[in-house]
Design a protein. Structure first.
Length: 162
């Protein structure tokens, strides 16, 4: 993990702000998450969490035990949607940076759920270079392999079921 400073911090704030804007497209009743995928200083993909066209009714996540990870939810993850968006637009995500954030009451933040085994596998498969998230009062960057390891550790610690 690297705490971002200088130009990297300025860039992270810009892209996290954009991810927060994208999250507003989400119709998820539980949380709003946004993600943008960048390469060579340009946004190549955007994504928000939730079902494609209509709300999940009833919301499966709200019906299950809160100790169970969101992989059981039928909604698409924002990060997953950003990768698909890039591919649909003809962009190769290899070497790209993914910026992701949760949004609540107009503020963006990160939680321990930022480390997602499902998304980590997608990052590895698409050869994304790094993942940037807000963390407490700073912005941090994770090498995709480090992010994967942390996601796996969280998965094991919480005894999540997929």
């Amino acid at each position: 993990m690297v705490t971002l400073e200088g130009q990297d911090l300025k860039e992270a704030k810009k892209y996290i702000k954009k991810a927060a804007e994208v999250s507003e497209k989400s119709i998820c009743a539980v949380s709003k998450i946004g993600a943008v995928l960048t390469k060579n200083g340009k946004i190549i993909g955007e994504g928000f969490n939730g079902p494609s066209e209509k709300a999940c009714s009833p919301c499966l996540f709200s019906l299950i035990n809160k100790d169970v990870k969101t992989e059981l939810c039928f909604a698409m993850h924002a990060e997953e949607r950003a990768i698909l968006d890039a591919l649909e637009k003809g962009h190769d995500p290899k070497g790209a940076t993914l910026y992701s954030t949760y949004v609540k009451n107009g503020n963006f933040f990160s939680t321990e759920d930022s480390f997602c085994a499902h998304c980590s596998r997608m990052f590895l498969e698409s050869e994304i270079k790094e993942v940037v998230i807000p963390s407490k009062e700073e912005f941090v960057s994770y090498d995709v392999n480090e992010f994967y390891d942390l996601s796996f550790d969280k998965f094991i610690q919480k005894k999540y079921i997929m």
